[in-house]
Ligand binder design. Structure first.
Ligand SMILES: *[C@@H]1O[C@H](CO)[C@@H](O)[C@H](O)[C@H]1NC(C)=O
Ligand SMILES: [Zn+2]
Ligand SMILES: [Zn+2]
Length: 386
């Protein structure tokens, strides 16, 4: 079971970072553990400035290999895995010895990403002479269009454990690329200008609501120890000395968080994303006449949407419509154009632009459901289901 599921947005910009937004990255906080989704430039700096602990990063999920989502990955690995730049060449160097023993005992940092993620990391480490002190592994989410061979022709990095090449299932998605007692991660391709995936993180069903008064009289009558309540709480069935069978409360569905990369149409992940407690969806471009002073006089919403799509991106309306389609309980927008500065403390104009973007998404989302526009270092919690 996971007590706390929270998100810290580390970067919320699209192609151009600005004084108010850094490149894409967000941290999913799962009790003590941290999983990063994308690692744009300056992710390491943003981790240092946030409530996220570098040493707690266990997994890194890459949506696509565009630079604004991956340029920050190598610095994170070098810091997290005690990398030594350029010096620890000799096998007698204590750091090289460390790696030998850590390769045998330490859990590797797991990286998931599309074809090419492994090559990017391995090549980057080699040609920057970066020597990691602990292991990592890259699992690639392969599509039928990817070449069948390894994305990298270099031999494994000394710190690299052989990763899996994950073939998509018959429905085109990758189910349970990671699964534990508490959580399962599935992924699906989403449409962008290059291969891109979205991730659905689902908590396993959690224990139901316990009403001890339903059980205690039976336990007393039969002289059964009260500790049996703990078994019942887990949903188990218990037979008492007199033959009475008690059944614990049925388990309730766990939480689901869906994190998309850049997209102009995330339809292929719709089934996996169904009923998400939280959907993170990009909204790169918006049409804001009278609000955004840079609006071209000749632009209409249709023109802006067409332009956004042709570059692989979405408008707030498209994000709101997808949130409605999958029945998401909450929608957070990210990956904004540099035109949308967005922090409350910038100026009134910037604030009005973000409020307008939010409203455009809310109109499509419907039922008075609220949309949030992410900003750098914003944190939110995903509350357990009632
Ligand atoms: C973006 O990252 C840079 C480098 O760490 C930092 O100086 C800047 O304050 C960050 N911007 C935001 C909005 O957090
Ligand atoms: Zn991007
Ligand atoms: Zn992109």
């Amino acid at each position: 079971m996971v007590a706390t599921i929270g998100i810290t947005f580390l970067g919320t910009a699209s192609a151009q970072p600005s004084s108010t937004r850094n490149h894409s990255s967000l941290a999913l906080r799962l009790d003590g553990d941290v999983w990063l989704f994308d690692c744009g430039e300056a992710t390491q700096h943003q981790v240092q400035k946030s409530n996220v602990k570098m040493g707690k990063i266990q997994k890194i999920f890459i949506t696509h290999t565009h630079g604004d989502h991956i340029f920050g990955l190598l610095p994170i690995l070098a810091s997290r895995l005690n990398g030594a730049g350029g010096m620890a060449e000799g096998a007698d160097d204590p750091r090289a010895q460390n790696l030998v023993s850590n390769m045998a005992t330490a859990e590797p940092i797991e990286i998931y990403g599309p074809y090419g993620t492994r090559a990017y990391v391995r090549t980057g480490l080699k040609y920057t002479h970066t020597h990691l002190g602990s292991p990592y592994v890259v699992h690639e989410l392969r599509t039928a269009h990817d070449p069948p061979e390894d994305s990298c022709t270099l031999p494994l990095d000394p710190a690299e454990q052989p990763g899996r090449d994950l073939a998509a299932g018959a429905d085109g998605t990758w189910r349970d690329v990671f699964a534990s007692d508490a959580l399962a991660v599935s992924a699906a391709p989403i449409w962008h200008s290059v291969p891109c995936v979205g991730y659905a993180v689902a908590e396993r069903p959690v224990p139901g609501k316990m009403v001890p008064a339903l059980y205690v009289p039976h336990l007393k009558r039969t002289g059964t120890p009260m500790s049996v309540l703990r078994q019942l709480q887990l949903g188990e069935r218990v037979q008492l000395a007199d033959g009475t069978v008690l059944e614990g409360p049925a388990r309730r569905p766990g939480r689901k968080v869906v994190i998309l990369g850049d997209t102009y149409d995330p339809s292929p992940i719709a089934a996996l994303a169904e009923d998400a407690d939280l959907l993170v969806h990009e909204a790169t471009n918006a049409h804001l006449p009278g609000i955004d002073p840079d609006t071209k006089a000749t632009d209409t919403y249709e023109i802006v949407e067409e332009r956004a799509k042709s570059r692989g991106h979405s408008t707030p309306q498209m994000a709101g419509a997808f949130a409605k389609r999958i029945g998401a309980k909450r929608l957070v927008l990210n990956h904004f154009s540099a035109r949308y500065a967005g922090n409350d403390d910038v100026n009134e104009e910037a604030r009005n632009v973000m409020v307008a973007i939010r409203h455009l998404a809310e109109e499509q989302y419907g039922d008075g459901r609220e949309v949030l526009c992410a900003r750098d270092l914003m944190t939110i919690d995903v509350e357990p289901r009632k």
